[in-house]
Design a protein. Sequence first.
Length: 76
Amino acid sequence: MTVSDYRKVFKQLRQKPSKMKKYIKHNAPKKRTVGLALRRCRRCLRVGGHIGKYGLELCRHCFREIATKIGFKKYG
């Protein structure tokens, strides 16, 4: 299916609110409870390289950028 087909489907569904509601219900992504993508960086929303210690919830890239501002020191 091409992009234009999806646009056509949404155009048709806008005329029928009950069918649109059902379409969204069955095609929405599931709420994640476990897995890699559950923990995301709160600054850039990256999934990998997550640092959750001390409630930071940052990826390693963002942590390197703001570590000195939030009081971390680089040793060695």
